[in-house]
Design a protein around this ligand. Structure first.
Ligand SMILES: Nc1ncnc2c1ncn2[C@@H]1O[C@H](COP(=O)(O)OP(=O)(O)OP(=O)(O)O)[C@@H](O)[C@H]1O
Length: 262
């Protein structure tokens, strides 16, 4: 891993009207890691993701991605940088009127001027990378299961061979077996492609299975960043409840108990 963080956030403040979501928030994401963002409902996890990728404009602070302050760039230069990440929104956010293959080709068409046959081949490659059968390509999102839609959304996020993938609750709505398979897919892709993964999640199994580090959002900040052992040592009430509650004990098993309530 290189020393310079791939994402560096300093003094971030986001606000909607008088509602302050983040205040003086700092976070660094290391190149090549899977970082899980957790926090109570409404603490601003999704807003943080959307702010990093430029969909929400912060009131104060600086966000550097790939060492660059993207907010200070001109639109064309910024678009060039935006090709270096992919995003999987919570519901997959596929265009319902396009097939899976056409959805994957949207970013290819937007950023590259490829001959249609090559674009089709790339879409087929991405479809197979995410573990979908080739016959998923001509299907419409409504013809897929929830898990298949997530995979199709991931294939689209990977279309431009990104360095960072942002995932907003990727396993939400999946059954435990589907969620575990999706975790495994994310881990495998991260390892084989050298991706950095920024993942908002509520899923303790995912945190345990694939996250190198976890960042906890509370009190409008990132309160703690560290590995699971670090989380289990924290005394903050929400963190303690989250990582030592009944659901955590089920997900973490012996690890939770070994470091647990002493
Ligand atoms: N575009 C917006 N305009 C106004 N308020 C917003 C907007 N987007 C989010 N918010 C508010 O910001 C707060 C944080 O929302 P966010 O979706 O980031 O929470 P979250 O931590 O991801 O929650 P959950 O775990 O429930 O998904 C919420 O109070 C939400 O209502």
């Amino acid at each position: 891993m290189s020393e310079e963080p791939i994402i560096a956030i300093r003094g971030l403040r986001t606000q909607f009207g008088s509602q302050v979501i983040h205040d003086n928030l700092d976070l660094e994401v290391r190149r090549g890691e899977v970082i899980g963002i957790v926090g109570g409902s409404g603490t601003g996890k999704s807003v943080l993701l959307r702010t990093i990728i430029g969909l929400i404009r912060p009131k104060a602070g600086e966000i550097r991605v790939f060492g660059e302050n993207l907010a200070a760039m001109e639109a064309t230069e910024r678009r060039r940088f935006e090709q270096r990440w992919g995003v999987l929104f919570q519901d997959g956010a596929l265009f319902s009127s396009l097939t899976v293959a056409q959805n994957i080709e949207v970013p290819l068409k937007e950023h590259l001027k490829l001959p249609p046959a090559l674009s089709d081949q790339l879409a087929a490659l991405k479809i197979s990378m995410v573990g979908l059968a080739a016959n998923a390509g001509p299907k419409y999102p409504s013809e897929l299961s929830g898990g298949m839609r997530k995979r199709a959304g991931l294939a689209r996020a990977l279309a431009m061979d990104p360095e960072i993938v942002f995932l907003d609750e990727p396993t939400a709505g999946l059954d435990p077996i589907g969620a575990a398979a999706f975790d495994e897919l994310i881990r495998r892709l991260q390892q084989t492609l050298g991706l950095t993964v920024f993942m908002v999640t509520h899923d303790l199994d995912s945190l345990h299975a694939i996250c190198d580090r976890i960042a906890v959002l509370a009190e409008k900040k990132v309160l703690v960043v560290g590995d699971m052992a670090e989380m289990l040592r924290q005394d903050h009430p929400w963190i303690r409840e989250y990582f030592h509650g009944p659901r955590a004990r089920a997900a973490l098993g012996e690890a939770g108990r070994a470091e647990g309530d002493d």
